[in-house]
Design a protein around this ligand. Structure first.
Ligand code: 6R9
Length: 669
């Protein structure tokens, strides 16, 4: 049991009713999951429907050691199933057909609707038949660029029903980023909506899709069909002025309205039985170099892992109402808005808007309105909401809450305490869930009711997960210490490969420390054995939970004719967690002025997306380089925070560069 002072014990009533009630019980289950994975996961997997049952002699095989041959992970190999059947038909057969699967809450509080499990199945079958009629077959990729609307969930499940692979791109990425991803996954069909309001901001999704498809066509890839949900006509706009003046271009022969084709489709669609190791979806995540990586997840293991983590980490009980605020375009939306909750026949909220519209208490309005029991959001949202008067929280009845989740980046203890005290009234368990697009589901997290909490610690491994800390030489750190967070064996939900690039998969995740999956994050183990994730150890930035690489932003900046060289570092930011601090060296012919600054910001927004806009652009006539020409980012990180304690700079080719950089810090930095 933890010995530190700042430990918060789970609420007694919560513990009593929880699936796992004590640390000892957790420990026992965790041991079993590691020592006897066949029995542990076999019992859970048997609750699902398998058209061809799994066999215990081929239950689980893997190789994580590049020296022994290709890397692979296989769970339930040889079994066949269908995840859509499992999350819909199976639940309906078990008597949950009239249960609400989703309450949809629109951007505007006047807009809301709901969908039962039965109705969701009807809609999914209709859309699955439409996809089939457009030539989509098992294994084909379907690109998705959608807001948080019910059709997004319907699209994913329809793909899964016919064995097609969905590839969602967050509808905040620019047309350029989107087209790169559509081409990379060779998508046949694209599903989108005409547009969406987020707060008072309008996003013209179809227009962005048009630009992206044009760009794909210029590069030789033609999207055959684009299906567009007519969404704007059914929502209330912020100013109540009808949306009709928003003109949508529909290209003859390629583009069709969802509403023109789906209602007439047949509502029965037999599921395609797929292999447990057949792909379910791919999702792009930033790589520290070059192109984004198409992380590929398969069917059987992902299904079992999404369902199990959801059940235990949120302690979800029948009739609870659960809400995850993540966008469907991120892995959190895939696993904990769609597959995990549905696999448990849960009732969830799907929210279209922002935390700040129409007022800064919208989250709490929604929690009160639907009597939410489990609430799952990101530290960046918590920090943004903490700024406002605490009365915005206090004036709402939030007593339904039992579990509060956090995901996306380390949560700072101040934000944790605010969440715990003000939102959770010191009764809720906080689950700080550490995981990645690659891990498919939670890997480190406390369990509510079972694990005493420490503010800021992701704490303990989930079932089947065996975390190891390594030092730089690859030696395992026993007991207290800090090092690289790695895993020597797979759990069911881990990714299987990078789409069309198994070699990159092996070098990115398995080459630094042979025998281990390398997360790219650092972690510390304290004297109680609790794990604290300390952040990325590679050249990645985490801006409001959006992961991006410094080199990705650098190469976009240097595309501008006025920029000779760029170096980007992360700077701590009170709300976003981290923000982009960019050092640029201009070409001789160009002056560094307000116009250039605006152009650079706009260029990054266009090439990557608005969330990647730099906070600071620093005019750097020269960058600190070693004699071999390597930029010393360590020094740039110090300049970014105006810390003159830069350490040893003797390896620099020109030491006066550092002084010049401090003297040149922009007033806005
Ligand atoms: C789920 C998700 C993954 C990266 C990961 C790490 C950071 C996520 C965290 C956390 C500390 C947590 N991260 N959750 N760091 N504590 N609870 O966010 O996936 O978008 O792939 O990002 O996010 O750095 O490596 P993804």
């Amino acid at each position: 049991m933890p010995s530190e002072k700042s430990v918060y014990l789970p609420d007694k009533a919560l513990s009593k009713n929880a699936y796992v009630s004590s640390f000892a019980e957790y420990k026992e289950m965790h041991n079993k999951s590691i020592d006897n994975p066949e029995e542990f996961w076999g019992d859970i997997a048997s609750q699902f429907y398998w058209e061809t049952p799994f066999k215990y002699d081929k239950f689980f095989r893997y190789n994580f050691d590049v020296r022994k041959g290709p890397i692979y992970t296989k769970w339930f190999d040889g079994a066949t199933t269908n995840i859509c059947y499992n999350v819909l038909d199976r639940n309906i057969r078990n008597g949950h057909g009239d249960k609400i699967a989703f309450y949809w809450e629109g951007n505007h509080p006047d807009d809301y609707s709901r969908l039962t499990y039965k109705n969701l199945l009807v809609e999914v079958c209709k859309f699955a038949n439409v996809l089939k009629s457009k030539g989509v077959k098992k294994g084909d990729r379907v690109a998705v660029y959608m807001p948080m609307i019910l059709e997004a969930v319907i699209t994913l499940l329809a793909c899964a029903r016919i064995g097609a692979v969905h590839s969602i791109v967050f509808a905040g990425f620019s047309a350029d980023s989107f087209s790169e991803r559509i081409s990379d996954c060779e998508a046949k069909v694209l599903v989108t909506a005409d547009g969406v309001w987020r707060g008072e901001k309008f996003l013209g999704l179809k227009t962005i899709c048009d630009q992206a498809m044009d760009k794909c066509a210029r590069n030789g890839h033609n999207v055959e069909c684009c299906i567009v949900v007519s969404h704007l006509c059914r929502v209330t706009t912020p100013n109540r002025i009808p949306n009709q003046n928003k003109k949508i271009n529909m290209k003859e022969g390629r583009d069709i309205w969802w509403q023109d084709i789906v209602p007439n489709a047949s509502s029965s669609c037999y599921p395609e039985w797929v292999q447990a190791e057949d792909p379910l979806f791919m999702l792009y995540t930033s790589g520290s170099t070059g192109k984004p990586k198409g992380v590929l997840h398969t069917t059987g293991g992902y299904m079992v892992y999404a369902a199990t983590t959801f059940k235990y980490v949120f302690d979800y009980k029948p009739n609870d109402v659960y809400w995850c605020t993540a966008d469907i375009g991120w892995i959190t939306g895939h696993t904990y808005v769609v597959y995990g909750p549905l696999a448990n026949a849960a009732t969830s909220i799907l929210y279209e808007g922002t935390p700040f519209y129409p007022d800064n208490d919208r989250f709490w309005v929604i929690v009160e309105k639907y009597k939410v029991n489990q609430f799952y959001t990101a530290p960046t949202a918590i920090r943004a909401l903490m700024k406002f008067d605490s009365d915005l929280v206090k004036r709402h009845n939030l007593s339904s809450l039992k579990v509060l989740g956090s995901v996306g980046e380390p949560i700072n203890p101040e934000a944790w305490m605010w969440y715990y005290k003000l939102v959770g009234s010191e009764k809720c368990s906080i689950v700080d869930t550490f995981w990645q697009t690659e891990t498919g589901g939670h890997v480190l997290t406390p369990l509510p009711g079972a694990i005493p909490m420490k503010p800021g610690a992701a704490s303990t491994p989930f079932f089947g997960v065996q975390p190891v800390l390594l030092d730089e030489s690859g030696k395992e750190i026993e007991g207290e210490g800090e090092g690289y967070l790695v895993f020597p064996r797979p759990w069911p939900g881990i990714m299987r490969t990078l789409f069309n690039n198994h070699e990159r998969y092996e070098t990115t995740y398995f080459s630094k420390f042979p025998g281990y999956y390398c997360t790219g994050d650092g972690a510390r183990r304290d004297s109680d054995g609790y794990l604290w994730v300390t952040g990325r150890v590679d050249d990645m930035l985490n801006v409001s939970g959006h992961l991006m690489s410094t080199s990705e932003v650098e190469s976009v900046l240097t595309e501008h004719y006025g920029i000779a060289e760029a170096a980007v570092v992360a700077k701590p930011h009170p709300i976003k967690g981290e923000c982009l601090y960019c050092f640029v060296t201009t070409t001789e012919a160009v002056v560094f002025d307000g116009k250039l600054l605006a152009e650079l910001k706009q260029h990054v927004r266009e090439r990557i997306g608005p969330f990647a806009q730099p906070d600071v652009i620093h005019n750097a006539p020269a960058l600190p380089k070693t004699r071999s020409g390597k930029i010393m980012r360590r020094i740039l990180r110090k300049v970014a925070i105006n810390d003159r304690d830069v350490g040893d700079i003797s390896t620099l080719a020109e030491t006066n560069v550092v002084e010049q950089l401090f003297a040149n810090r922009p007033a806005t930095a």
